[in-house]
Design a protein around this ligand. Structure first.
Ligand code: SAM
Length: 239
């Protein structure tokens, strides 16, 4: 009986580079185990004989490339994901920010199809400050940004969705009172994670808040000028 031969893992540096070039993703910045799982599944799915063969397939087959990019980048989200985090935003964190601000500027970094931004928009509406607030959603995947734009919330806020790579592009040039980057850093290698956390911290206004995902934290928030104020929430120094 024939048995399915899995691709040879771990991936060599050459295989990783070839796959990264073909997929258009700096794979060395993503967690190796995650990349290898995605590569293994893609080899099996496409019937390729190994990582180099897969890289060639990704370079010439747009559908296979899109499928590989999506499996690696995981553009999955939903409204009020991890509901208790939104409860904390509504009852405590946003009212705290609004004590010395009339409106909120918010960045949903790695927003996928935009539900996180739309969930915050609902809270701002309930708090009576949606109008005049500034909401930015960014993601590296162009097609999810298109979907996010098509469902952008109304209500007098300025809402923008932009394609932006957290690893390769500069941070936005304005300041934000609230930055959400949830379930994105979990896929990055620790050094890439720290690089991204530095960018996120750099755009926070004084007293502004960074919220990470349920299973994410900052090991040494003080290196980014932040203090921990909740399990996954960090505040920029006020002075
Ligand atoms: C699991 S989703 C998280 C969506 C939302 N933040 C949430 O928690 O529901 C991860 C998103 O991060 C995006 N992403 C991954 N790497 C990225 C990068 N280097 N720059 C920008 N976005 C990235 C993916 O495209 C994907 O849409």
């Amino acid at each position: 009986m024939d048995t399915l031969v899995p691709p040879q893992l771990p991936l060599s540096a050459g295989e990783l580079a070839a796959l990264g070039r073909a997929a258009g993703i700096p794979l060395s910045s993503y967690r190796r185990a995650h990349v290898e799982r995605c590569a293994e599944r893609a080899v099996v799915r496409t019937g390729c004989v190994g990582p180099f063969d897969l890289a060639e397939r990704l370079a010439r087959d747009a559908r296979a490339r899109v499928a590989f990019r999506r499996s690696l980048l995981v553009p999955v989200t939903r409204m009020f994901r991890d509901a208790h985090e939104f409860e904390a935003l509504e009852t405590d964190l946003l009212p705290g920010l609004l004590r010395d601000r009339g409106r909120i500027s918010m960045w949903s970094a790695g927003c996928a199809t935009g539900e996180e931004l739309r969930s915050v928009a609902v809270l701002l509406e309930r708090l009576g400050v949606l109008e005049g607030s500034y909401l930015l959603g960014t993601d590296v995947l162009e097609d999810v940004i298109d979907a996010a734009r098509a469902a952008a919330p109304a209500g007098g806020a300025v809402v923008r969705f932009e394609r932006r790579d957290l690893l390769l592009d500069d941070a936005p040039s304005r300041g934000f009172d609230l930055v959400l980057c949830r379930n994105v850093g979990i896929y990055f290698e620790p050094s890439a994670q720290a690089h991204v956390h530095g960018k996120l911290a750099s755009v926070l206004t004084r007293g502004g808040l960074l919220m990470l995902g349920r299973s994410e934290t900052l090991l040494r928030p003080e290196t980014f000028g932040l203090e921990q104020v909740g399990r996954h929430v960090f505040r920029k120094a006020r002075t």
